[in-house]
Each structure stands twice: as structure tokens, then as C-alpha cells.
Design a protein. Structure first.
Length: 179
């Protein structure tokens, strides 16, 4: 019941600020009672813990009972390459989907599933793609982390893997000898 009371308090204190007065909101309640509001369209202000937080389309806030609402980012979803893909060529195109509120994405390619042995990394400020120029064939793992306003770091995407196959040996052909 406490979670329901928190949701009602958060929603009741949310003021619609979209020009047409309409704001779309989804509400999620975790087992520990944390409540997350996601704005699907429009804007709103959430008052929790005595502070007001402005939330725009695509952004999310999380609050605990009695606590203030904090902006949070969602985990990105990778688009390409598919998990477990086999690729040829050491230049690998990585693509992911946008996260509301993110202004930069940090992309990491590693040689281990924990992404602790980084072999390539970049911060992408403009787009939803990057090209990882790898040095050797092998199996790699990658993930994306969104970075929002005030350098708020969101949760990392799931880790995906891909394998870069060794290029075939060069074909050498000489002049045919006729006998």
C-alpha cells in the first residue's frame, strides 16, 4: 500500500505543462518500493521530498517514499551487430537506439564479457552509431552507456558479442604455364 500511496502522491503533484494540456506518463513500481515515472509525451513537474523536478518527453524520474525525485536514464538497446554475429573486416559498425535525456553515449568494445579488458572505446555526442577499428580477429563484447544532463550516467546496455573472422589469405595467381 505504501507504493500505491507514493504513486498517487507523485501523480497528484505532477502538473501538466504541454501546450495542449496533455501529458503521457507510465508508472513502474519496483519490489523495493522505488517508483519510476516515464514521460511518453508532453512535460510535467514532479514534486517529491519537498523538491520539484521538471521532466520532459523521453525522460524518467525515480523516487523513494519521502525522497526526492531524481532524473534517471534508461539502458540503451543495441541495434547492430546482432548478438553472436560473425563479421568479416576489422572495421565494425555499431548501432544503438536513442535514450530519452541522453546527450552523449559511451561505447566500449572489450575482449571479455565483463567489458573490463577494453580494446576500443569512444564517446559519441552526435549520433547513434560508431565504427570500432579493431586490430585483430577474435570474439568481442560491447555495450553502450548513456550520459545525460549534469553528466548523469545511465545504466549500461546488455552486453552483446560478435566475432570478427580472420580475412582469407590473399589469392596469388601467376602466369599459367602451357606445356
Amino acid at each position: 500500500m505504501r507504493s500505491l500511496a507514493l504513486i498517487l502522491a507523485l501523480v497528484a503533484s505532477a502538473r501538466a505543462d504541454a501546450p495542449d494540456g496533455g501529458t503521457g506518463v507510465t508508472v513502474q513500481v519496483a519490489e523495493d518500493g522505488d517508483t519510476t515515472l516515464s514521460v511518453t509525451h508532453g512535460e510535467l513537474s514532479v514534486k517529491a521530498g519537498g523538491e520539484e523536478t521538471r521532466v520532459k518527453k523521453g525522460e524518467r524520474v525515480r523516487a523513494k517514499k519521502g525522497g526526492r525525485a531524481k532524473l534517471v536514464l534508461a539502458a540503451p538497446q543495441q541495434a547492430e551487430p546482432a548478438d553472436g554475429a560473425r563479421l568479416s573486416g576489422l572495421g565494425v559498425a555499431l548501432k544503438w537506439k536513442a535514450v530519452g535525456g541522453a546527450r552523449v553515449y559511451r561505447v566500449t568494445v572489450a575482449s571479455d564479457a565483463e567489458c573490463s579488458t577494453v580494446v576500443w572505446a569512444a564517446a559519441n555526442e552526435k549520433g547513434l552509431h560508431a565504427r570500432a577499428d579493431l586490430k585483430t580477429p577474435g570474439t568481442y563484447f560491447w555495450r553502450v552507456v548513456p550520459i545525460g544532463p549534469r553528466d548523469l550516467e545511465g545504466p549500461a546496455s546488455l552486453v552483446r558479442s560478435f566475432t570478427v573472422d580472420a580475412p582469407p589469405p590473399p589469392l596469388k595467381a601467376g602466369k599459367p604455364s602451357w606445356k
